[in-house]
Design a protein around this ligand. Structure first.
Ligand SMILES: Nc1ncnc2c1ncn2[C@@H]1O[C@H](COP(=O)(O)OP(=O)(O)OP(=O)(O)O)[C@@H](O)[C@H]1O
Ligand SMILES: [Mg+2]
Length: 557
């Protein structure tokens, strides 16, 4: 073959290469994978100095078809075993048969799936010989890792064709591979444009090769993320870091923090924000009954008030709950006045026959420990960062307080333009009972319409998996980070599609008190990435002093 003349043509093709503009492209396909794909092999196959692109596309194979494929593979291995080839071939066939059996079981249990994966490397160079030299060195590295490669001949164009979403375009042999979920996962992590989202914030460094991962919350179908992990695993620190970096990149972002333990007071003050501590009566009042939070929609407000009161009085009998619903709807059916709990007590007092213990229970708003919320709203912060600190609130009242504060925050999200971030720590408190779990789910589903994202922080994903509303919420998180978990339940594994190796690794993920950073597994869309969450020195100093002011747990008002 001769070198192409330096014509004005932008594209020309040889048997095994292609020229585009000034670049020569030399594609390489994988003929055969090693029996075990080394985890993170891409980092070794593509060192930073290599001028090689890798593109992977993956299409899920439907479970029924996956089982057919696996059963087919087992049948072939069995037929060959019966044919009795003997020696090392027999051993290899037995391994294949067992692997197919195991994979078949995993697919039936939905812990693994099969993927049709399109994979191609392209070595680049400013001349044909440079590109081919780059491809030669890549071949050597892949061979050392146990791969068998193939150079497409007279098929360069087909190998380089852009991805068609339906995967129907013709491709050379060796382009398509069938891989299990674990096999596909082994192709990650590697630096790819999806993990270097241009307007994104740094979420962590890949544990495999320290490459940074940047995510742009605002560029996906859901702006909400979740963080799970055991106590001390670094969740609140990571959440603060994400808030800080979000603010740094988009200073106009409004931040609301629902802070059950009073951990974020320092951070919010350091950011120039306002903190209201509910247990501290002088801080101002949020009237849970104010329909301002639903933009004046009184029917919608009545539904939310009923939900928050049921969270406060979980022992209500059916007839009491029905009477409460009636009283609440009457409260909002009348004029456009802003009701207070005195008005609700008035409604209940006027009911005949008297609705069981309802009046006695609601008395807590007139003369008991909740009298602070009986009255018009006086807390109207004008800063862009607001935290509500629930420390000191009695445990049995926490879901109620969280519910109306969330309702209030939601009202603010609706009424303010621009990006907003809502951080809810110890979110299991809302997942614990049905009405607040449902409300939280609804909030998350609608938030995006108001340019808002949630950062949900809690210890155990199982708290959310136990209810349909919790599962729905989890499905609406675009990114989910798992820090150390004492164990990963079978439900969590299945729900999040975590592989066996990942589930075994999570209880061993390193803690910040030992490592100085926290290890985590991020599930970002369909990607699974082990990341180190690391703060830079200035960030650490800023957060260290801000988070250092954490108020002692459960001090009374
Ligand atoms: N990435 C990190 N780098 C350095 N220090 C960290 C990091 N993450 C957490 N820490 C430190 O580790 C300690 C525990 O972290 P943090 O409070 O965030 O844990 P948590 O998961 O929120 O625990 P809990 O469930 O008890 O609230 C804190 O003192 C924090 O400053
Ligand atoms: Mg915490």
């Amino acid at each position: 073959m001769t070198e192409p003349p330096s014509s004005t043509a932008t594209e020309s093709e040889g048997a095994t290469w292609m020229r585009r503009g000034r670049r020569y492209l030399a594609p390489l396909l994988v003929r055969r994978f090693p029996p075990e794909v080394p985890f993170g092999f891409v980092g070794r196959a593509l060192p930073p100095h290599a001028d090689v692109d890798l593109r992977i596309e993956a299409h899920r194979v439907p479970p029924a078809r996956s089982l057919e494929i696996v059963h087919g593979a087992r049948a072939v291995a069995e037929a060959e075993l019966e044919g009795g080839r003997g020696g090392s071939a027999t051993a290899e066939l037995e391994v294949e048969r067992t692997a197919a059996e195991e994979l078949g079981r995993a697919i039936a249990q939905r812990t693994q799936e099969l993927w049709r994966v399109g994979l191609r490397f392209v070595a680049n160079g400013s001349s044909r010989s440079r590109a081919e030299g780059e491809r030669f060195r890549l071949t050597e590295r892949l061979t050392a890792l146990g791969f068998r490669t193939r150079i497409p001949r007279y098929e360069t164009k087909e190998a380089l064709e852009p991805t068609d979403l339906l995967a129907t375009e013709s491709r050379p042999t060796g382009y398509w591979q069938t891989l299990s979920t674990d096999g596909l996962a082994a192709l990650f992590p590697f630096v790819d444009e999806t993990l270097l989202e241009p307007a994104g914030i740094l979420v962590g460094l890949a544990l495999a090769n320290a490459s940074p991962v940047f995510l742009d919350r605002w560029s996906h179908s859901s702006y909400s993320w979740g963080i799970f992990g055991t106590t001390g695993s670094g969740k609140s620190f990571a959440a603060s870091l994400l808030v800080l970096r979000t603010r740094w990149l988009r200073p106009e972002t409004e931040v609301f923090v629902l802070d059950p333990l009073g951990e974020y007071t320092g951070l919010v003050r350091a950011l120039g924000g306002t903190v209201v501590r509910l247990a501290d009566r002088s801080a101002g009042r949020l009237n849970p009954l104010d329909p301002e939070t639903t933009g004046g929609d009184r029917r919608e407000k009545a539904g939310r008030v009923a939900a928050m009161l049921r969270a406060l009085f979980p022992s209500l009998r059916d007839e009491e709950a029905a009477a409460l619903d009636t009283a609440v709807s009457r409260l909002y059916a009348s004029d456009g006045r802003v009701p207070t709990f005195d008005d609700l007590l008035g409604e209940v007092g006027g009911m005949t026959p008297p609705p069981g213990r309802l009046a006695a229970l609601l008395e807590v708003f007139r003369s008991g420990s909740l009298s602070a919320v009986n009255g018009p709203t006086t807390f109207r912060p004008d800063s862009r960062t607001v935290a509500v600190d629930f420390s000191g609130v009695p445990d049995d009242q926490l879901p109620f307080h969280l519910a109306y504060v969330l309702d209030w925050a939601y009202g603010r999200l609706r009424s303010h333009p621009g990006p907003k971030l809502v951080l809810i720590d110890e979110a299991h408190l809302l997942a614990r009972n049905e009405p607040t779990a449902e409300f939280l789910d609804r909030v998350v589903r609608h938030m995006r319409h108001f340019d808002a994202g949630l950062l949900l922080v809690t210890q155990n994903p199982d708290d959310f998996l136990a209810r349909a509303s919790g599962r729905s919420l989890l499905r609406n998180l675009y990114a989910t980070a798992f820090f150390r978990l004492p164990e990963v339940s079978a439900e969590a594994r299945t729900f999040f599609g975590l592989g066996a190796a990942e589930a075994e690794w999570l209880p061993k993920a390193r803690l910040p008190r030992d490592a100085g950073y926290s290890e985590s597994l991020w599930r970002i869309g369909e990607w699974h990435l082990p990341l180190a969450v690391v703060a830079s020195t200035p960030e650490y100093e800023f957060l260290g002093s801000a988070l250092g002011t954490r108020s002692p747990p459960s001090t009374g008002p």
